[in-house]
Design a protein around this ligand. Structure first.
Ligand SMILES: [Fe+2]
Ligand SMILES: [Fe+2]
Length: 134
């Protein structure tokens, strides 16, 4: 949703899945610039990835705790812990495959379960948290 959509259009297309998938894409682009030697992008990549994982853990996954997605959400947190380990160790070689497979699972399994009126409060909080970044 980084394009200049009107509010009306945004209301029709915006979802937790669209916002967080867009964030995956932006974080992937920062990673690519980081491995190309852009040190500012390296810093931004880490900040944005840590924030993205925090948003999922604090806003999204708790809302799945009483659903069939509770166990997959716990697996996602374990993968976040692994990703944070790789960031701590500055291991940019192992990172892309872990992050790639993690994001695919979220985009195909987790985010599609977070649609509809039940998740309106989470959508508002995700939108607010993403708007505060940078
Ligand atoms: Fe995640
Ligand atoms: Fe994610």
């Amino acid at each position: 949703m980084r394009h200049d959509h009107s509010n009306r259009e945004r209301d029709l297309t915006e979802s937790i899945g669209s916002l967080l998938t867009q964030d995956h894409d932006e974080i992937d682009a920062l990673f690519q610039r980081a491995v190309d030697g852009d040190s500012a992008a390296r810093t931004a990549f880490e900040e944005r990835l840590r924030l993205h994982m925090r948003i999922e853990e604090e806003i999204l996954f708790p809302a799945l705790s009483d659903t069939p997605l509770a166990v997959p959400a716990r697996v996602m947190v374990k993968e976040h812990d692994l990703l944070r380990d790789l960031l701590d160790k500055d291991d940019l070689e192992a990172l892309p495959s872990c992050l790639g497979s993690h994001n695919v699972k979220e985009e195909n399994v987790i985010y599609p379960a977070c649609e509809g009126p039940t998740f309106a409060p989470q959508l508002a909080k995700v939108r607010e948290a993403l708007a505060a970044r940078r």
